[in-house]
Design a protein. Structure first.
Length: 136
């Protein structure tokens, strides 16, 4: 997987939806990414003993992401720890920005940016979370 070289994540527009409504939509995306992301073909999840969720998500490109997913409501952060790659995907709500950010970090926490060619679709996914949150 290639990154776009920008050492930033993708930050959605500011939203007036309160975090208490956003969080359920952020968590829903763990088991139902197809509701938010284009190109999701197949999803299988199982609960891990430590409270995390193991997910295999196959994309229309043929890529299968294998992740251990940890949700930290107190940090407003969900970590998608990619099992067989040297990076994690982070979805986080920033109260100072009033927005959700998706970013890729190394296993050591260094920001790597975002997937090459994926910023526009990612922004749409974030906006989709805002819309879904309004319905919840």
């Amino acid at each position: 997987m290639e990154f776009d070289g920008e050492l930033t994540g993708v930050v959605g527009p500011r939203t007036e939806v309160p975090f208490s409504q956003l969080w359920p939509a952020m968590v829903d995306k763990i088991r139902h990414p197809e509701r938010y992301l284009k190109g999701v073909e197949k999803v299988e999840c199982k609960d891990n003993e430590d409270g995390s969720i193991y997910r295999e998500m196959t994309l229309s490109s043929g890529v299968t992401m294998k992740e251990d997913i940890y949700a930290f409501e107190d940090k407003a952060r969900i970590e998608f720890r990619v099992v067989d790659k040297p990076f994690n995907v982070i979805n986080a709500y920033h109260s100072d920005k009033g927005a959700i950010e998706y970013v890729v970090e190394s296993k050591q926490g260094k920001v790597l940016g975002w997937m090459k060619g994926g910023r526009e679709g990612t922004l749409e996914a974030i906006k989709g979370q805002y819309e879904k949150a309004k319905e919840m």
